[in-house]
Design a protein around this ligand. Sequence first.
Ligand SMILES: *[C@@H]1O[C@H](CO)[C@@H](O)[C@H](O)[C@H]1NC(C)=O
Ligand SMILES: *[C@@H]1O[C@H](CO)[C@@H](O)[C@H](O)[C@H]1NC(C)=O
Ligand SMILES: *[C@@H]1O[C@H](CO)[C@@H](O)[C@H](O)[C@H]1NC(C)=O
Ligand SMILES: *[C@@H]1O[C@H](CO)[C@@H](O)[C@H](O)[C@H]1NC(C)=O
Ligand SMILES: *[C@@H]1O[C@H](CO)[C@@H](O)[C@H](O)[C@H]1NC(C)=O
Ligand SMILES: *[C@@H]1O[C@H](CO)[C@@H](O)[C@H](O)[C@H]1NC(C)=O
Ligand SMILES: *[C@@H]1O[C@H](CO)[C@@H](O)[C@H](O)[C@H]1NC(C)=O
Ligand SMILES: *[C@@H]1O[C@H](CO)[C@@H](O)[C@H](O)[C@H]1NC(C)=O
Length: 901
Amino acid sequence: MVRNSKMYGVLCAVILPLFLLPHTDAAAVISIDLGSEWMKIGIVSPGVPMEIVLNKESKRKTPAVVAFRDGVRTFGEDAVSVGVRFPKNSYKYLLDLLGKSYDHPLVQAYKERYPYYEIVKSKRGTPEFIHDEKTRFSPEELVAQLLAKAKEFAEISHGQQISECVITVPGYFNQAERRALKESATLAGLNVLQLINDYTAIAINYGIFRRKEINETAWQALFFDMGAASTKAALVEYKRIGFDRTLGGHEMTLRLREHLIKAWEANGGSDVRASPRAMEKLLREAERLKVVLSANTEHYAQIESLLDDKDFKQLVTRAEFEELCSDLWARVAGVVERAVKAAGVGEARLIVAGGGARAPAVLQALRAAGYEPARSINADEAATMGAVYRAASLATGYKVAALNVRDAVLLPIQVIFSRNVDGTDKLIKRTLFGPMNPYPQKKVITFNKHTDDFSFNVNYAELDHIPPKELEYIAVSNLTHVSLSGVSAALTKHTGENIEHKGIKAHFNLDDSGILNLVNVEFVAEKIVSEEEDEDSTLSKIGSTISKLFSSDSDTPEKLDKPEEKQEDKPQDAEKSNATKANETTTEKQNATETEKAKPKVVMLKEPIKTNEEILTLLPLSPEQFNESKDKIKALNTIDKKRIERETALNNLEAFVVDAQMKIDMEEYAECGTSEQIEELKKICGETSEWLYEDGYEAATELFEEKLAVLKEKANPIFYKHWEHRERPEAVAAIRNMINSSKEFLKMAKNFTKESNPERDIFTSVEIEVLEKKIAETETWLNKTLKEQKALKKNEEIKLTVDSIREKMAHLDREMKYLLNKMKIWRPKTPIKKATNNKTEEVVTDAKPEKKESKKDSPVEESKKDSTADTKVNDSEKDSAADTTEPPLQLGDGNNEHSEL
Ligand SMILES: *[C@@H]1O[C@H](CO)[C@@H](O)[C@H](O)[C@H]1NC(C)=O
Ligand SMILES: *[C@@H]1O[C@H](CO)[C@@H](O)[C@H](O)[C@H]1NC(C)=O
Ligand SMILES: *[C@@H]1O[C@H](CO)[C@@H](O)[C@H](O)[C@H]1NC(C)=O
Ligand SMILES: *[C@@H]1O[C@H](CO)[C@@H](O)[C@H](O)[C@H]1NC(C)=O
Ligand SMILES: *[C@@H]1O[C@H](CO)[C@@H](O)[C@H](O)[C@H]1NC(C)=O
Ligand SMILES: *[C@@H]1O[C@H](CO)[C@@H](O)[C@H](O)[C@H]1NC(C)=O
Ligand SMILES: *[C@@H]1O[C@H](CO)[C@@H](O)[C@H](O)[C@H]1NC(C)=O
Ligand SMILES: *[C@@H]1O[C@H](CO)[C@@H](O)[C@H](O)[C@H]1NC(C)=O
C-alpha cells in the first residue's frame, strides 16, 4: 500500500494515456472450443491481437471436467484430481451426452464406459446424473458450468465483463444437439454469436494465414481432424464432409484400458471393473500409454496398488496397440474417402488436426489412402483461433479482413405434406435444404393447392450419404410437425376482382449456427390496382415495406452474398406432368423490390397464418426447466463466491498479521510508535495469530474482517508515520527542484515585461510579482516546516506531510502553467502596423490564431480547466494507489516549451 515514489517524476507521457484510452470501444469477445476432453478459449479485444486465454494454472487448455466434493466445486485439473479419487463426483466427456435422449446409443455407450455414474432418464427423456439424494445434474447444466468457467477465465485475464462468444460445435451435431449447446451457453450467461462447425473454424484459421494463396484459382484443402471422441474430414470449399462420430483418440484409450484389464485379470487380479477408482486409474494410465506409444515402440503400463494393494505392471508394444485398434485404422481411410468422393475432388492438400491423429498408425492409414499428411496448423488451437476470428467479424466494433465463409448442410432437410389428388391423399416431399446447400440461408416453400387448414412435417431428408452407423446416432428423423390454421379465412379475405392468389408461403431460416427456424407462414396474393387506389392502400404499403425488411435483413456481407436461393423443384413423384409440378410448390426469391418495380401497379397482399409448431426431436428446455437450471447454477455460484470471499478474508487477515509482526520487529517501524502502541500491537497480533490457528479456521467471513479492522486501526498510524518519514526526502527534493526551476523561469520572465522589453512585453509586472511572491512563500514555508519537523521525534505527529508538500507544489505549478501558456500563445502586435503593402498575408496570419486569441482573453479560465483535468487524473490514480493525491507535475513539459522560444 506504499506508493511508488517514482511517481514524482511522472510527466504527461504516463498520464496522457489515461485520457486517450477510449472507453466506448468495442467489448471483448471470446471463442470457446469445447471438446469432449478439453476446453480452449480465444479472446479478441480492441487493439490487442487475438490470443488464447490462459486458465488459472496459466495453461492454454483446460480439461472439460467439473467436479463436486464436500461442497466444493472444482474445474479443470482440480476436477480431474477429484475424479481420480472419487470418479463419480467428477463429470467429464459431457459433450457426448448433450442434446440426446436417454435411449440414444451414445448415451448407453457412455453408461457402459463409465459405470460409476448413476444416470437416469429425466422427465424430458434426457439422461440425468444423480449426484446425491438432493441433487441431479443434466448435461446442459454441467456444460453450462464449464462454459461459465471459460467466460470467467477470460474475464479474469482481460479484466472486463464478457458476454458474447462463438462456440465450436462438432459439424455432425444435429438440430437438438445444437439447440442444447446454445441453451447451455444461455444458462452460462453467454450470448452466442454463432455455433461454428469445428472444421469450419479450423479452415478459417488456415485461410487467414494463406490469404495470398486464395485467388480465382480454386484449391482444396482436406482437413482431417481426429479429436478425443470423433473424427472429421472437411473439404474446404465445403463441398461435403466425411465424419465418424465415434472414431477418435478416446476410443483408442478405451481399447488400451480393456487390454490392461484383461492383462490384470490374466495375472489373477480380482474384479477390477467393480472398483470405479481402479477403473479410473486404468483409464488414465491407458491415456498416458497411448501418448507414449505414439513416439515409442513399447512401454510399461504401471499402476501402484491398483486394487487390493496389488501393483500392476504390463509391457505393451505399439504393435499390440495397433492390433487392438486395427478396425479403427480402416475407418480413418473411410472418413477421408467419403469427404473426397462426395466432393468429387481429385487433389487436395491434407491438413491434419486434433490430438487423436498423433498415433503413427493414423498417419499411416492416411498415407495408405493416398494422402501425404501435412501438419501445417497448430492442431490444438486452430479451431479456437479460427472461431475467435469469426467472433471478431460478427461482433460490433472490429475491423477484420473479410473472409467469405459459407458452411454446407450436412443433414439435408425436407418438408413432407399430404395433398388430395383425385380423392386419395398423396404424400409429397420437397427438399428444403439439400445436402451441401450453403448456409446461413433463408428458404421459402409455397403451398399452392391448399385452401383449408393443413399441416406439414419438417424431417431430415434421405440420408443415403451418411453411413448406417452414423444414421443411428442421428436417431430421430422427424424434426417438427407444423399445423396451420385460419387458411380458408385468409383466402376468403383476399378474394375478389384483380386479386390473384399466390399461395401459402412458409419462410424458413437455417441460421449461422446451423439451427433451423420457421420464421413465419403467410398467405400471399397480388392485387392489380390503379394509381389512385394505390395511394390509399397504406396498409399494403406497410406490407411491402415489411417484406422489404425481410428481404434485406442480413447483417454481414457474407450473408448478403447469396441470401436466398431459389430452390430447385425436384419432386420425387415422377408420374406428374411438369406443369402440375410447377403449380404444386415453388420456392422463390423474396424480392419485393423487384415485384414493385417491375409491376408498379401490383400490390402484394399478405395475411399471416397461425402456426403451431410441434418439436419432434428432443424438446428444448421449457421456461420452467430453464429457470430451474438457472437457479441451480446460481446457487452453486453463490456457494463458490462465498467460499472465495471467506478465503480472501482469511488470507488478508493472515497476511496482515504476518506483515505487521515482521514490521514491528524492525527498528525503523518500531520508532514510529510509542512503546505502549508497539506493545499493544504486538499483543493483538499474537492473539490473532493464535486464534487463527485454533478456532479461527472455522470462523465466518465477517469475523475475519472485524479482526482485520481492529488490527488496522492499531497498526496503520504507526505504518503511516513510517511511510511519511521514508517518502519525505524525495518529496522535499522534488519541491526544491520545482522552486529552482521556477526561479530560473522568473529570471527569464523579468526580461519580457513592458519595462525591460517593449517589443516583447509578454508579462505584466503584477504577474511577475505574484510569481516571485509565490516562490518566496513556498520556500520560506518549506524551510520553516522542515526545520520544525527535524526537531520532532519519529513517533510524534508529522508536521511536514508529503501531502502538504504536494499541495504547495500544485499551487506553484498552477501559477507556472499560466505564465508558460501565456508565453506560448503570445504573438507580437507590431507587424500589423507595418503591414500596409502585404495586407493579405498579414490578414491570413492574423486570422489563424483567432482561437488562440480567444484563449488569451481568458487565461484564468484556461488554467482552471487545466487544473480540473489534473484533478481527474489524480482521482483515477487514487483508486489504484494509496490514499494520498498526486500533484500535477508539469515542470518538465513547461521547460520544453520554454526552450523552444
Ligand atoms: C493463384 O495462386 C496460385 C498459388 O499461389 C498461383 O500458382 C496462381 O498462378 C494464382 N492464380 C492467379 C490467377 O493469380
Ligand atoms: C414422421 O414423418 C413422416 C412423414 O411425414 C410421418 O409419416 C410420420 O408419421 C412421422 N412420425 C412421427 C413420429 O411424427
Ligand atoms: C419436364 O421438363 C423437362 C425439362 O424442363 C423435360 O425434359 C421433360 O420432358 C418434361 N416432362 C414432361 C412429362 O413434360
Ligand atoms: C397452373 O396454374 C395456372 C395459373 O396459375 C393455370 O392456368 C394452369 O391451368 C395450372 N396448371 C395445372 C396443371 O394445374
Ligand atoms: C431484387 O430486385 C432488384 C431490382 O429488380 C435487383 O436489382 C436485385 O438484384 C434483386 N435481388 C435479388 C436478390 O435478386
Ligand atoms: C535578460 O536580458 C539581458 C539583457 O538583454 C541579458 O543580459 C540577460 O541574460 C537576460 N536574462 C535572461 C535570464 O534571459
Ligand atoms: C531555504 O533553505 C535552503 C537550503 O537550506 C537555502 O538555500 C535557502 O536560502 C533557504 N531560503 C529561505 C527563503 O530561507
Ligand atoms: C510583400 O510581399 C511580397 C511577396 O509576397 C514580398 O516580395 C515583399 O518583400 C513583401 N513586403 C514586405 C514589406 O514585407
